[in-house]
Design a protein around this ligand. Structure first.
Ligand code: ARG
Length: 581
């Protein structure tokens, strides 16, 4: 249980004991202003309204029943009836001590009853092409949520819904076949997927016989012709290998086992369309099978059409997504299904969710969530592109990130040996790209800016990584193994207190991020910790010779908890730390 919940429960009990009806909420939250306690209970005003009494008097009555001995040092009433709770430094010290000794930082695991099965759909590149910047946000935001919910003890099932099916594969397989005929192996032919795609397209546009073959191959692929399937599999394997390399570079947890793409649902599509027809949800319209949704009608009351089968029999993106949703709710038994997809697909997701609900593919209790995000922009305010206006390949972007980080790292610490410097540059460069994205409000567009993200000042990955390394260097100087100290922690100085309270709010921050799928809130939290740590470091000497032994131990333990909090928080965001930089 976190502090807010603990206090909320206690105030709620006091309200009941004071005769206030149970539907009146305690409304405990961290105080926004200094001097008003650490937490505030704001429920007295609402309760007074409901019971037609005086809010300040009611707050007084609640206080009479409020049992916070040993937790709060002082309680007072402010303004119209706010209850300010000042936490007891001894109690804070005890909580900190427990957290510092625990590798999980005293963050509870969900109990069996609380643990949910959460399916997370993220990354999902189209295998016909190489991963580009358009896949970055889905991949890293989705991965942060997967890590975080797993840490909280939920059963997370990652689903990489790759685009590995569809008409363009006829053309690609036909091209692959030709190139293999020229004594190349698939890996060589597909070394650069972009180039390969362009070759295939050119071939298709200019050579009638080739185009004919490509169309024939689509049909044979869809009817399961083993020869064509074999070529398709070869193509798919090489392309997936490209994605896998990116995931490894990006420190993203997706593996081969998480790949469950469009092709997986192939056999289910005709069954699904038939079911929707039988239910009267899908109807024929100009030769196609269409579900019309009144729920999403436009302003002229025309229902929104969802095509699930084209004239001629082909299935669409919506059909596969409906099959995937049914599989996730039914076979995977999900309690919660989260999609991390670009905001431009919002209508598509709504159509899929509403159709699936109407068809009974998902139980009403299952939570269906599309967590949309904005676009990554260049400094010119337009979607991020290469200088010549092309799409930026993810592999190149990450390479550039590491190169730029290497320059920054070497400028700061020229004494590092090249091997160590390269490893640090990798962590800093990749961390900077990820953090720049994760720290922005998810739903907004954001500007991709190399200089800002690699800066050691401000809310950036290097700033947090640097705060971590500074603490490691204190331990080296003190010649103490971090985590090995066991004296008491004391919370006396103002800066210690501010840092202590924020440290103990980690679980509150994680819960909010898990609930709202907003990783930027975790970034803000970590940035607060690093900033409060800097203030503490300036005002509270640690290793100076006149600092008494007990105080030095207390402060070192606080340093260690800060370092562990930064490392854990960054790890949940998929960002690595290092001992030196
Ligand atoms: N392949 C799709 C694209 O590149 C993304 C897939 C997202 N997931 C999904 N279930 N539709 O746009």
């Amino acid at each position: 249980m976190n502090i807010r919940e603990l206090l909320n429960d206690k105030v709620q009990q006091a309200m009941l004991a004071a005769g206030i009806p149970a539907e009146c909420k305690a409304l405990v939250a961290p105080s926004k202003k200094a001097g008003f306690g650490d937490y505030q209970a704001n429920g007295a005003m609402g309760a007074a309204k409901a019971t037609k009494s005086n809010p300040r008097e009611l707050a007084g009555k609640i206080l009479e029943h409020l049992a916070l001995d040993g937790i709060a040092a002082k309680l007072d009433i402010a303004g119209p009836g706010f209850i300010n709770i000042h936490l007891d430094p001894a109690w804070l010290a005890e909580q900190l001590s427990t957290a510092e000794k625990d590798p999980r930082l005293a963050i509870a695991q969900a109990s069996d009853a609380e643990a949910q099965t959460v399916v997370i759909d993220y990354s999902g590149p189209n295998l016909a092409k190489e991963m580009h910047v358009g896949h970055l946000r889905s991949t890293i935001i989705g991965d942060a949520l997967a890590r975080l919910l797993e840490f909280q003890g939920h059963n997370v099932i990652r689903q990489n819904h790759v685009g590995d099916w569809g008409t363009q594969f006829g053309m690609l397989i036909a091209e692959l076949e030709e190139q293999l005929g020229k004594e190349r192996d698939a890996e060589m032919a597909l070394q650069d997927l972009e180039v390969f795609y362009q070759q295939a397209k050119k071939h298709f546009d200019q050579d009638e016989a080739f185009a004919h073959k490509a169309r024939d191959y689509v049909v044979r692929l869809q009817s399961g012709d083993p020869e064509i399937l074999k070529l398709w599999e070869e193509f798919r394997t090489v392309s997936l290998q490209h994605s896998k390399e990116i995931y490894q570079k990006l420190n993203v947890t997706l593996t081969d086992n998480d790949v469950c793409g469009e092709s997986y649902y192939n056999d289910d599509l005709s069954v699904l369309v038939k079911e929707l027809q039988d239910q009267g949800l899908a109807v024929e319209d100009q030769g196609a099978q269409v579900v019309f949704l009144e729920e999403l009608a436009d302003k002229d009351a025309n229902p929104s059409p969802v095509i699930i089968q084209k004239q001629g029999g082909g299935y669409l993106y919506a059909t596969t997504d409906l099959a995937a949703l049914r599989y996730r709710a039914g076979q995977l038994d999900a309690d919660r299904i989260m999609y991390f997809i670009d905001a431009r697909q919002s209508l598509h997701m709504q159509q899929v969710f509403i159709t699936a609900r109407k068809a009974g593919f998902v139980h009403p209790e299952v939570s269906l969530e599309h967590h949309a995000f904005g676009t990554m922009m260049g400094k010119d305010g337009k979607p991020f592109k290469t200088r010549t206006g092309g799409t930026v390949k993810l592999a190149q972007l990450l390479e550039e990130a590491v190169e730029r980080a290497a320059q920054v790292v070497l400028a700061k610490s020229p004494e590092l040996d090249p091997e160590a410097a390269a490893e640090i540059a990798r962590k800093v460069g990749i961390g900077a790209v990820k953090y720049a994205d994760l720290s922005k409000t998810r739903t907004n567009d954001y500007v991709f800016d190399w200089d800002k993200m690699l800066s050691f000042d401000g809310n950036t990955a290097p700033y947090l990584q640097y705060a971590y390394t500074r603490i490691q260097s204190i331990f080296r100087k003190a010649d103490v193994e971090p985590g090995s100290l066991s004296g008491d922690i004391s919370v006396a100085a103002e800066q210690e207190r501010a840092l202590a309270i924020r440290l103990l709010q980690l679980s509150e921050a994680l819960e909010q991020v898990g609930r709202e799928a907003q990783p930027h809130l975790l970034c803000t939290y970590l940035y607060d910790i690093a900033s409060l740590y800097m203030a503490f470091y300036e005002h509270c000497p640690i290793l100076k010779s006149d600092v008494p032994e007990a105080l030095r131990t207390s402060r070192l333990r606080l340093c260690h908890l800060v370092a562990q909090t930064l490392a854990t928080g960054l790890e949940l965001l998929g960002i690595e730390v290092m001992d030196r930089m």
